[in-house]
Design a protein around this ligand. Structure first.
Ligand code: GLU
Length: 303
């Protein structure tokens, strides 16, 4: 399959859709991003790489970090994690408080904010330096020089009143063990990680490879745990648009409000797209289009 030719064709055609979405505006660092940026990168389990457009430029990965958070959480806590957070799609906004109230402080899944905050709390209980260990974990996925954008982390803290409410509410229900401030500090840093499409495709490749990092051979998750993370990405990875994404693209993946999306085709490849303009549900408008075209033209999806 000539992935490079397919990517070139898709990206050329996708540029026509630029201007239809809106960049996230809740913090200056995201509001000021050039909305016309567009990059795609592919990494195959056989070690091939393909890229087009702004694929090496770093951007704020935002909620894509919830996958790293979950994987680390599974590594440190194993199945005990699932007593604190569920695996059902929420069908609600990513930062909904209402659902948490009638479900007694147990978040629906680890990819809505409440769920990621609980997993972050688990990391705090098991790791001495969760912020540093998160960076070295992502670096162990063959990504060099991972860093936090401190300006973004500070802005997240200054504007993240709903996240503050979520942690406090779950603490009141006994589902947060550490201090509210510590949980928020680690969570907001995760949101501020900067990575490129190339780095994201590379770091997610173990999820397309049964839990093993191709190249280094390091096992990150068992094959069963990998199946579960991919299943949660498919059902919960796109806010309250996970059904649409599965319908249009047919791959497990995760998006962030920085306009990034990463998806995996088990046993074949990982693919990352960045286009900062979002649709009304908070997912990259052009990013979804690119991935839909990719699975349509190649005939490759999990279905
Ligand atoms: N950083 C934002 C928050 O926690 C949203 C991240 C995202 O959904 O990508 O509210």
């Amino acid at each position: 399959m000539d992935y490079q030719a397919i990517l070139n064709e898709i990206v050329d055609e996708a540029r026509a859709f630029l201007g239809e979405g809106r960049v996230a505006s809740y913090i200056p660092a995201l509001a000021n991003v050039d909305p016309r940026k567009l990059g795609v990168a592919i990494e195959t389990v056989n070690g091939e790489q393909f890229a087009v457009g702004d694929a090496t430029e770093r951007f704020s990965i935002q909620s894509i970090s919830k996958v790293f958070n979950l994987v680390l959480g599974i590594r440190v806590a194993g199945d005990d994690l699932w007593q604190r957070v569920g695996v059902e799609p929420s069908g609600n906004r990513f930062n909904s408080l209402v659902q948490l109230e009638y479900e007694n402080g147990i978040p629906r899944n680890p990819f809505i904010n409440a769920g990621a905050l609980v997993v972050t709390d688990v990391l705090l209980s098991h790791l001495r330096e969760p912020n540093a260990e998160m960076l070295s974990f992502v670096e162990s996925l063959r990504c060099s020089s991972i860093y936090y954008d401190e300006e973004v982390a500070v802005s997240e803290r200054e504007t993240g009143f709903t996240n503050v409410a979520l942690v406090n509410f779950m603490k009141a229900h006994g589902n947060i063990s550490n201090s509210v401030d510590d949980v928020l500090n680690v969570y907001f840093h995760q949101c501020s990680i900067e990575m490129s499409c190339e780095g994201l495709a590379r770091s997610f490749l173990f999820l397309a490879n049964g839990g093993v990092v191709p190249g280094s051979g390091e096992r990150i998750l068992t094959s069963s745990q990998t199946k579960r993370v991919n299943a949660i990405m498919l059902t919960c990875g796109f806010y309250d648009e996970a059904g649409q994404f599965a319908y249009r693209v047919g791959l497990p993946g995760k998006s962030g409000v920085g306009g990034g999306i990463v998806a995996v085709i088990p046993d074949v490849l990982s693919i990352a797209v960045w286009s900062p303009e979002l649709n009304p549900r908070g997912n990259s408008l052009v990013g979804i289009h690119v991935l839909e075209q990719f699975t349509t033209l190649t005939g490759m999806s999990i279905f």
